[in-house]
Design a protein around this ligand. Structure first.
Ligand SMILES: C[S@@+](CC[C@H](N)C(=O)[O-])C[C@H]1O[C@@H](n2cnc3c(N)ncnc32)[C@H](O)[C@@H]1O
Length: 365
């Protein structure tokens, strides 16, 4: 038997369902530190690194990741409650460290509103990015939007603190990586422009409770080690002649925002001398020796891979395994650990039996 009351109930249920269905779908996805492509990222090796430290080192309270790259290694230790120091020669990476590891207070609401405003903007005017990188690294529209957003962030400088600015730029740099017409770095763009998806910035998922004692730097690691000390110093230098400042020139350009003239097919900023690394040159072994000599701490952990023989070629390693061990032994006993790891090479040659190696030195002298 249906009564009037049943009909009213059914009516109100239908109305409620209709309202729910017409609500805009909120995609509340947050940006994570690992959501970017980066040459030599140790993301897939984190548990290997963690286990080696856990099983072979005693009383580690602080960890310095002085060639930090994406910062995922520092992040692994930060999540485990360690005090961390993170550093990289690239300013774009430093801004990411301020985002993920700083404890400067931020207005989360303001960040969310600004990112939403950037995503909803529809710029129409040419700018530095559209003129230099539209139709090559990015679609014309995305390039215009990237330039517009970066200009807006610069104009907000008076209203936001330094970390809030770093968070907005980091969100933009990660979003650029998702729509760039590249294979993950900016040494070249793909000839056919087919990355047409519209750029979308995500709000970084920061957890400041973990960040109280952390310190972040944008320095040459050889200078930094003279100023800091940490129980464990983790070292992951570039392996070959490929400069990170060349591979990520475009992110660095947007981060620095000096709007420099660019040159060549790859449209690189002309002056990149401040981001050149000795570890990609013939000076690598000397630089490594100087670094190890000046470290203050209990343990040194070095990542290197056995893929390439030392030599002068673009993909050749700049420091040999024997040199690493010999130099580390000047500070204490050295243990070696290895695991199979995905092949990394600048050419197409497939190298069998590739292993990622960790050298652990317990400092005693
Ligand atoms: C192999 S990558 C590190 C990858 C990192 N472990 C990760 O998981 O993302 C090497 C890093 O060292 C940085 N670098 C190169 N020379 C440097 C120097 N002299 N001082 C500080 N950083 C340097 C590069 O910019 C690059 O980000």
């Amino acid at each position: 038997m249906w009564t009037e009351q049943h009909i009213e109930e059914i009516d109100s249920n239908i109305k409620r369902k209709e309202e729910q269905l017409s609500l805009p779908v909120e995609i509340n996805q947050r940006l994570q530190i690992k959501n970017r492509r980066y040459l030599g990222s140790k993301y897939k090796l984190l548990e290997f690194i963690w286990k080696v430290v856990e099983q072979n080192c005693e009383d580690i309270k602080s960890v310095a990741d002085i060639f930090g790259g994406t910062g995922v290694v520092a992040d692994r230790f930060n999540r485990a409650g360690k005090e961390i120091i993170v550093n990289d020669i690239l300013y774009s990476n430093y801004l990411a460290y301020l985002t993920w590891f700083s404890s400067e207070s931020i207005d989360q609401d303001k960040i969310e509103k600004l990112i939403s405003m950037f995503n909803n903007s529809e710029p129409q005017e040419e700018n530095y990015v559209s003129k230099n990188f539209g139709g090559t690294y990015f679609s014309e529209y995305n390039a215009m939007k990237i330039g517009y957003i970066r200009e807006q962030i610069e104009m907000l400088s008076e209203e936001i603190n330094y970390r809030e600015k770093a968070i907005l730029i980091t969100s933009l740099l990660y979003a650029m990586d998702k729509v760039a017409n590249t294979v993950g770095h900016y040494d070249a763009y793909r000839r056919k422009l087919d990355s047409l998806r519209e750029i979308k910035l995500l709000v970084p998922d920061v957890n400041d409770k973990l960040n109280r004692e952390n310190r972040v730097f944008n320095m040459d690691a050889n200078e930094l080690v003279r100023e800091i000390s940490a129980d464990l110093v983790y070292i992951d230098t570039p392996y070959n002649s490929r400069q990170y400042g060349d591979a990520y020139h475009l992110l660095e350009n947007i981060a620095e925002w000096q709007e420099p003239e660019v040159s060549g097919v790859a449209k690189k900023m002309i002056n990149r001398s401040h981001i050149k690394s000795d570890y990609c040159t013939m000076k690598a072994t000397k630089a490594f020796e100087d670094l190890i000599t000046n470290i203050n701490g209990k343990y040194i952990l070095v990542s290197y891979n056995n893929m390439a023989q030392k030599g002068v070629g673009r993909s050749n390693a700049k420091i040999s395994a024997e040199e690493i061990i010999e130099i580390l032994e000047t500070r204490g006993k050295v243990k070696t650990f290895d695991t199979d790891f995905q092949v990394y090479t600048t050419g197409k040659t497939k190298i069998e039996d590739h292993k990622e190696i960790l050298y652990l030195c317990e400092i005693s002298r």
